[in-house]
Design a protein around this ligand. Structure first.
Ligand code: XMP
Length: 516
């Protein structure tokens, strides 16, 4: 199978380039720009894409690729910083612009080139720019194929050297025709065929897991969500009989959730599936705690204790585990290496961050390159139940961050009922799959109401439903009014102790998805 090599120069969009290449059904691998020459030769890529990056090509120690990439004779596409790399390597002049160009620009194709097949000459299309360096002088042998509002040199080619370069980012959604441009590069310029799919991804992931794990044992925490289930299913497929999946009920799950998850996953994992009811331990440790970050820390700590105990329990015929399977997704990776640095911890999402070091385990993270929808597709290939794959994300600390104020069991029970009614109404209206995440929150305030002839002084439930690409930004979901009306009326009537229901219309930012 032909491989496209994507060299990563540190752009936050590198994984998006990979995603677009995968969408075009072509196999690709991302490697750091510094990957060794031998490795590149061994890979024998059919094409190379150079990503963008935060550096300037003239910075001291600016990242640059091994010169072997120019000797392979395969087509190269440089994007943004990658354009600077190609230009400087070809003898062009790049300078730091006074202002960073950031945002939409109009691109106009100047000459017919395969990269813009399907674009008429002079036709304008929107592209996304994000750069500070600017090419000032064209390297010899290069010509301009498109210009943009602010860059006379927006896209270039050197046909003889089989190199193309674009100043803008074709991989982001803000370049609506970017996919076409990338597909033109892959198919017209490189002559590749669309012969790669999620089944091939699963095969490759399985092979890599086998190579990494060998005949060692792996443990994997299962939350009942998509990411951990798909991770475990991949490991199970790669090294059957060497996996122990541990599903911990922390007492903060939704209504009937523990039973549902066991029903969905036990048949798939058989004796490799272990269920632990540790709800008492978690709830005791949380008694009286109000502060959201303290709640998360306690839940993380107790989880590690419970998980470690289970993972260390001797299992007949099995050695102790040496690896931990984790369902880290690409958006988790970017959130954790965010340019804002460690000072910008908004919420400590990574509840079990210290686990691998603590238990001295190697990590297996087969989903690190994928986005959520790709994980769902991989899960379908692995034969996981559709119900499970379509589930909304649910935070590790569970209902603890949806029950504002101190946690007690009656409030948890009340929240579970309200949440179940809301989800039931959403499913009933056929809207579940349109929504990224929907849930109820129990507020620590009482308001006055009237029921029958009497005054009530009861609690408020807030409903939240959002649409999102990856959870990093979100918009509130526009429900048909009757869905909210039915949910509110059922909650106030069926859940004793609640007399008022409100709908949260905050976006992220400035709010977050969860209330705590
Ligand atoms: P926020 O509230 O940060 O949520 O906008 C973004 C996404 O992350 C989930 N979330 C968490 N997931 N542990 C998790 O595993 C956490 O502590 C946590 N806090 C929020 C949230 O449900 C949403 O999908």
């Amino acid at each position: 199978m032909a491989t496209v090599l994507i060299l990563d120069f540190g752009s936050q969009y590198t994984q998006l380039i990979a995603r677009r290449v995968r969408e075009a059904k072509v196999y690709c691998e991302i490697h750091p720009f510094s990957v060794a020459e031998d490795e590149i030769r061994a890979m024998a890529p059919a094409a190379i894409i150079l990503s963008g990056g935060p550096s300037s090509v003239y910075d001291e120690g600016a990242p640059s690729p091994a010169p072997v990439i120019y000797q392979l004779g395969v087509p190269i596409l440089g994007i943004c910083y990658g354009m600077g790399i190609l230009a400087v390597a070809g003898g062009g002049v790049v300078a730091r612009a006074d202002h960073r160009e950031y945002g939409h620009a109009e691109l106009e194709v100047e000459i017919n080139d395969d990269l813009f097949a399907g674009f008429a000459r002079g036709e304008s299309s929107t592209v996304w720019m994000s750069h500070a360096d600017r090419l000032e002088e064209l390297p010899p042998g290069w010509e301009v194929i498109a210009r943009s509002t602010n860059s006379p040199l927006a896209a270039l080619r050197n046909e003889a050297a089989r190199q193309w370069a674009v100043q803008f980012h074709p991989e982001v959604v803000h370049s609506p025709r970017g996919r076409e441009i990338l597909a033109n590069f892959l198919f017209r310029i490189c002559g590749l065929t669309a012969d790669w799919d999620m089944e091939s991804y699963v095969e490759t992931a399985v092979r890599r897991i086998r190579e990494r794990v060998g005949d060692a044992q792996v443990v994997c925490g299962i939350s009942g969500g998509v990411d951990s289930s798909v991770t475990a299913a991949l490991i199970e497929k790669a090294v059957p009989g060497q996996l122990t999946c541990v599903f911990v009920d922390n007492g903060l799950l939704r209504k009937d959730e523990a039973a549902q998850v066991c029903r969905m996953l036990e048949p798939h994992f058989g004796k490799d599936f272990v269920f632990v009811d540790a709800s008492r331990r978690f709830l005791d440790a949380l008694a009286g705690v109000e502060d959201p970050e303290r709640k998360r820390k306690i839940i993380g700590r107790v989880f590690i204790e419970v998980f470690e105990e289970e993972a260390l329990k001797p299992r007949p015929g099995r050695a102790a585990a040496s690896f931990l399977g984790q369902g880290t997704l690409y958006p988790d990776v970017i959130e954790s290496v965010s340019v804002n640095g460690p000072s910008a911890t908004i919420k400590s999402h990574h509840n079990v961050g210290g686990l691998p070091e603590l238990m001295n385990l190697g990590l297996v993270e087969p989903l690190r390159e994928l986005f959520k929808d790709e994980v769902r597709a991989a899960g379908a290939v692995l034969g996981l139940p559709a119900d499970l794959l379509g589930r909304h994300p649910f935070p590790g600390p569970g209902l603890a961050v949806r029950l504002l104020g101190p946690i007690d069991e009656p409030s948890l029970a009340l929240l579970r009922e309200a949440d179940a009614i809301f989800i039931d109404e959403i499913r009933h209206a056929g809207l579940y799959d349109e929504i990224w995440q929907a849930f109820a929150v129990l507020l620590p305030v009482r308001t006055v109401g009237v029921q029958g002839d009497g005054r009530t002084y009861d609690q408020v439930v807030a409903l939240r439903a959002i649409v999102s690409e990856d959870g990093m930004t979100a918009d509130w979901y526009r429900f048909p009014p009757q869905v909210l009306a039915r949910s509110a009326s059922r909650i106030a009537n069926e859940v004793a102790g609640v007399n008022r229901v409100v709908y949260d219309i905050s976006t992220k930012p400035p709010a977050t998805v969860e209330w705590e």
